[in-house]
Design a protein around this ligand. Structure first.
Ligand SMILES: Cc1cc2nc3c(=O)[nH]c(=O)nc-3n(C[C@H](O)[C@H](O)[C@H](O)COP(=O)(O)OP(=O)(O)OC[C@H]3O[C@@H](n4cnc5c(N)ncnc54)[C@H](O)[C@@H]3O)c2cc1C
Length: 399
């Protein structure tokens, strides 16, 4: 089995994240799965700790986003992306819903971290930001944004509806994708930081979900909502040559993160399954061919191979980001592989162990897994992106 060593200096961070996952997340995992829509207050202290780590540059378990222009040099950089995915894997081994519910670690924070100017980064520091792209009329086709942002004096006026916004109710602000001019296509789509309490910004409802129930998912409405013009992230110019690149850049950072979430949940399911199988006297033997082992052991080996592939692709995509290499292809490959694998692994683990009731967290993980193959781009969309990149086709040529 291929096993790449991770940098020694990441060891302390991984260990800390693992301890937190085991001691903070796991004990309350089932509680907040049952108590959907109740804020996990236990996270407050933990979030403060994470803020400290992030501000000291040792972050690694949140979604702070990683900037590409911090030193402009070449070669192996500080490993911030790698740290982030390694920390995320550990935390999601604990509980992915709780990680998604962590204050100040929203996907909007990743967007701010990735595309904000230095001034904006400073101004929005400490803000918990959700990310609102999806609308009632589209999910996968993010170029179809129909929420509008019209410049009026010193403000943009936002109108539209957003659905499925993770942390949409609890976060302090939402990064909203809106179009400056629908006729100019995807280049006119910009993101805006809209703070809670801004007149015209309303949380319409919070959804009841299959999994990740500790995390709130909201429907938001913007009606003549005035946002200061300096809350537009990045540049206001509509550069049709550059197109969508600005807002889409976020995905190069967030897809490896979601892949890491999937890897974490998959590892949790595999570890628990191994424990149950071994308790039942079924040994998993790496020195004998799978086909002469117990059928459950053979199935386990296959699941583990998928897990390893997802893990390695995730590390690769993060490593490339750290090394200033364009990673869109690898980020989509990691997300596609990890998203599909975690669903298959978690369900198969339920099958192998019979852990179908609330007595086992395997039951919960098999529900939590599905969203990881959906948000930040579904399985099919990742495959489409991979195919376009490999075949050298544009989005117009391959839909
Ligand atoms: C719990 C949860 C949390 C979420 N959090 C957020 C969030 O924080 N912010 C946010 O903006 N959004 C969020 N989303 C939305 C999520 O990103 C979308 O659900 C996702 O992008 C898919 O969009 P859709 O549901 O409209 O499916 P659709 O786009 O309608 O797709 C339906 C099916 O068709 C497939 N499909 C679509 N186009 C193609 C194609 N060209 N080729 C092949 N197959 C295709 C899709 O893969 C999918 O299987 C969240 C969703 C959920 C359920």
């Amino acid at each position: 089995m291929i096993n790449l060593e991770i940098p020694k200096k990441a060891g302390a961070l991984i260990n800390q994240a693992y301890q937190a996952a085991a001691e903070v997340f796991r004990p309350i995992s089932r509680k907040y799965d049952r108590a959907e829509h109740t804020y996990p207050a236990e996270l407050d202290m933990f979030a403060a700790l994470l803020d400290g780590l992030n501000s000291s540059g040792e972050g690694g378990a949140g979604a702070a986003g990683v900037r590409r222009n911090d030193d402009g040099g070449k070669g192996n950089r500080n490993g911030a992306n790698l740290n982030l995915v390694l920390g995320t894997m550990e935390m999601c081994w604990g509980d992915v819903g709780l990680l998604l519910a962590m204050p100040r670690q929203g996907l909007g924070n990743a967007a701010i971290g990735s595309v904000a100017t230095d001034e904006q980064l400073k101004r929005f520091s400490g803000l918990w930001a959700a990310m609102a792209i999806t609308e009632p009329e589209f999910g996968s086709d993010s170029a179809a944004v129909s929420t509008t942002a019209r410049l009026d004096g010193d403000s943009y006026v936002l109108n539209g509806e957003k659905i499925f916004v993770t942390s949409g109710e609890r976060a302090d602000a939402v990064v909203v994708w809106a179009t400056l001019d629908k006729s100019k296509g995807r280049a006119a789509i910009k993101s805006f930081v809209v703070e809670k309490g801004t007149p015209g910004f309303e949380v319409v409802r919070v959804e009841h979900k299959l999994g990740i129930r500790a995390s709130d998912t909201a429907v938001l409405r913007f009606e003549n909502c005035r946002v200061p013009r300096e809350n537009l992230l990045g540049t206001p110019e509509i550069d049709t040559a550059k197109g969508f690149a600005g807002v889409m850049q976020t995905f190069d950072n967030t897809r490896p993160l979601v892949a890491a979430m999937a890897v974490g949940v998959a590892r949790a399911a595999l570890e628990e399954t191994r424990r149950i199988l071994e308790e039942a006297g079924i040994a998993i033997d790496y020195d004998r061919p799978a086909h002469i082992q117990h059928a459950a052991a053979a199935a386990f080996l296959q699941l583990e191979a998928d897990y390893e592939a997802a893990y390695l692709l995730t590390l690769e995509s993060a490593w490339m980001a750290d090394n200033r290499q364009p990673n869109s292809l690898q980020a989509s490959m990691a997300k596609a592989k990890a998203g599909r694998s975690v669903v298959e692994i978690a369900l198969k683990c339920v099958e192998l162990t019979g852990a179908y009731t609330e007595e086992s967290l395997l039951e919960k993980w098999s529900r939590d897994a599905k969203i990881l193959d959906i948000f930040e781009g579904t399985q099919q969309i990742q495959q489409l992106i991979v195919a376009r990149r490999v075949l050298g086709k544009s989005s117009a040529e391959l839909k």
